[in-house]
Design a protein around this ligand. Structure first.
Ligand SMILES: Nc1ncnc2c1ncn2[C@@H]1O[C@H](COP(=O)(O)OP(=O)(O)OP(=O)(O)O)[C@@H](O)[C@H]1O
Ligand SMILES: [Mg+2]
Length: 211
């Protein structure tokens, strides 16, 4: 991931300012900053869901911010595993069907054994057939992490992935993200203000709340 002169303006106000920044392949970085400092805005730009007001961002050698919408969608689907702050699991599908659909879209096939393994790793084997609205907030968060990992992404981006989790689950989810990233050679970008996980990351990008 490489940004150049990147910032974003909403309603005449700069809400995210990064400038030039790089994240090397396989690196793990923490995106820090108080509420409202632009973490989610940056993630939406990095994943091609939002077009930046200024500057550019490259993902896996491709100019994400300059691509037409269909190419952005393809780049996101094939390269990025995304854990949204507002989970966004598909309500009509069970946990395991959410993972299967994500795999089908990203990889063109479903690996049922891998889905079972990931669901077990996030402690949801007993909830695999539940619908997202039947899950607790923390269970939903763990399902969203499993879904992102199911696509074996080259870049895993997670927005506050541990905010609803107890200490044991927060540590376990970070372990799982690191292990999966290391096993698949993925790059990891995690936005958080969760002090419990911050010490696990070597690289930091600190955003400052706009005036
Ligand atoms: N659709 C929008 N229209 C106008 N302003 C917006 C919009 N979305 C976000 N903002 C503003 O942009 C700023 C950055 O928001 P963003 O969601 O990126 O922050 P954040 O760092 O992710 O915060 P949090 O930690 O609370 O999730 C905030 O001041 C927010 O009010
Ligand atoms: Mg946010």
């Amino acid at each position: 991931m490489e940004t150049r002169g990147l910032s974003h303006v909403r309603d005449g106000r700069t809400v995210m300012q990064i400038g030039d920044w790089q994240l090397q392949p396989r690196a793990h970085a923490l995106l820090l900053g108080p509420s409202g400092s632009g973490k989610t805005s940056f993630i939406n730009i990095a994943t091609g869901l939002l077009t930046p007001s200024h500057g550019s961002i490259q993902i896996a050698g491709q100019p994400m911010s300059a691509l037409p919408p269909a190419s952005r969608d393809a780049l996101r689907r094939q390269t990025i595993g995304l854990v949204f702050q507002t989970l966004r699991l598909i309500p009509a599908l069970s946990v395991s069907a959410n993972l299967a659909l994500a795999q089908q879209l990203a990889l063109g096939r479903v690996d049922a054994a891998e889905i079972d393994r990931l669901i077990a790793r996030v402690g949801l084997s007993h909830r695999a057939h539940a619908r997202p609205r039947q899950l607790s907030q923390g269970e939903g968060q763990r399902a969203a992490i499993a879904r992102a990992l199911a696509t074996r992404p080259r870049l895993l981006v997670a927005d506050e992935p541990t905010s609803a989790l107890d200490d044991a689950n927060a540590a376990a989810m970070i372990d799982l993200m690191f292990e999966t990233a290391d096993a698949t050679g993925a790059t990891l970008l995690v936005a958080t203000h969760d002090g419990r996980i911050a010490h696990r990351f070597a690289n930091r990008l600190n955003l400052v709340a706009p005036a």
